[in-house]
Design a protein around this ligand. Structure first.
Ligand SMILES: *Cc1c(COP(=O)(O)O)cnc(C)c1O
Length: 442
């Protein structure tokens, strides 16, 4: 037997608390983490099951599409005949069970992907109907809810919205009466984003899709899938969504994609989107991959397990902070439909201390102290913690929040569970050090 195997558990515990101490985490705070992790064993096992299923789904797609070493070569210039890019798009279509997909470095972010899908598929005189209430902030200017240069409204596309009911479910009655002859597309946002409503399960979205299609079959359904990919066993496109859209610096990029977005859907919808992303006539044929193919492939390959890590981190944080008496959304027990966790601190000091802790646990820029600042487009100062390999990546451990009541930190990501755990414990330590919580309260 090796020496390692003979070592008693106490030896491992000591080594761990010593390691935690090197990060400035006290034995008491570390112990809270251990206890919490122990309590969450069954839930973590379930998340692991989802990750396993999704890992095989991705792997199978790669095999079916015959991904080869040639796919990692880099295209330049026009980017005609880029086998890597075309195969990658086929892989996405297999994963999402759609006819086609557009997965490009030229899609600059999630908002851009959504805008391309909307502009590509809507024409003057059409109406867009959101049935999950107010869409994500950045879409307000895309749609023209807030007057904006180049919005859909400027092109004669009108917009209507049906809010979710109090309990977060779809308002089917109102949806039925909001659909008119003009309604060309219905939009559903899976994740709550930075709102307080619950995120939508794939099952609920499936119901809504079926309902919309029962009113009129030719209404297109677009799902903003940001932060939701691989959280469940299935995706909205498994239930008839015509288009699903997301960002590659969130879940499906697996932390490796340096930029990009995806749009997956029916052949017709994807061709329409491609003609908007590039030009009519050129469509999907152009768009050099510029050396990102390998990270896109490797990123989607890792995405199911990376998403699982982030999910464990979110649940871990909810459990720790809820026990300390803070309001957390979703709560400690709730089933998850995305990777975002909100914790309401009630005071600016709490929010700042939390973000400082997350930053201090980062692999990059850990020595930087985040400061609240007047970010453009916000009506209060905002604090952000991110020590990421990819700038702005929110599948990496990150947190931010506006400095106004209820002083909520929105927290997400974690490329590995181990790092997410350490980051959350470091945030707790930061609150303890400032006297904002006492570890014996747990
Ligand atoms: C992040 C996000 C977007 C926009 O993505 P960006 O990459 O920030 O432009 C849209 N919708 C939802 C629900 C999101 O979470």
């Amino acid at each position: 037997m090796s020496e390692l195997e003979l070592k008693p558990a106490a030896g491992r515990d000591r080594k761990m608390t010593e390691m935690a101490a090197a990060f400035g985490i006290s034995p008491a705070v570390w112990a809270i983490g251990e206890k919490t992790e122990q309590r969450l064993k069954d839930r973590f096992a379930k998340i692991q099951e989802t990750a396993e299923y999704n890992q095989y789904k991705v792997l199978r797609a790669m095999q079916e599409c015959r991904v080869s070493a040639e796919c990692f070569s880099s295209g330049t210039g026009y980017g005609y005949n880029d086998p890597g890019r075309d195969t990658l798009e086929e892989v996405y279509a297999h994963i999402f069970h759609t006819e086609a997909a557009l997965v490009r470095a030229q899609i600059t972010c999630g908002t851009h992907a959504l805008a391309v899908a909307l502009f590509g598929n809507l024409r003057p005189g059409d109406e867009l109907l959101s049935i999950s209430g107010k869409p994500y902030d950045t879409l307000e200017e895309v749609i023209g809810i807030r007057p904006s240069r180049g919005s859909l409204a400027e092109y004669g596309v009108s917009y209507r919205q049906v809010d979710l009911l109090e309990d977060g479910s779809f308002d089917f009655e109102k949806i039925r009466s909001a659909v008119t002859a003009k309604t060309k597309m219905v939009e559903i946002q899976r994740s709550k984003g930075y709102q307080t409503r619950p995120s939508l399960s794939v099952a609920k979205i499936a119901q809504a899709i079926a309902f919309v299609k029962s009113i009129r079959e030719d209404i297109l359904v677009l799902v903003d899938n940001c932060y939701g990919e691989f959280v469940e066993w299935e995706e909205p496109s498994d239930y008839g969504a015509d288009i699903v859209v997301g960002s590659l610096i969130k879940n499906p990029g697996g932390g490796l994609a340096p930029v990009g977005g995806y749009i997956a859907g029916t052949r017709e919808c994807i061709e329409n989107a491609a003609c908007r992303l590039t030009t009519p006539g050129l469509g999907r044929e152009v768009g050099a991959s510029l050396g990102v193919n390998r990270s896109f492939f490797q990123g989607i390959f890792l995405a199911p397990t990376v998403t699982a890590s982030a999910l464990k981190g979110a649940i871990f944080a909810a459990n720790i902070y809820e026990r300390l008496g803070f309001s957390v959304v979703p709560n400690a027990q709730e089933e998850r439909h995305d990777i975002i966790q909100a914790v309401e601190f009630g005071t600016p000091e709490g929010l700042i201390a939390f973000c400082e802790g997350i930053q201090a646990a980062a692999p990059v820029d850990s020595y930087v102290r985040p400061e609240p600042w007047a970010m453009p487009g916000y009506d209060s100062d905002v604090i952000m913690a991110a020590g990421a390999f990819i700038q702005g990546s929110s599948i990496e451990l990150s947190a931010d929040g506006p400095l106004k009541p209820p002083y909520a930190a929105y927290f997400q990501g974690g490329l590995t569970w181990e790092h997410a755990k350490l980051g959350i414990l470091k945030s707790l330590q930061s609150l303890v050090d400032k006297g904002l919580v006492k570890p014996e309260e747990l």
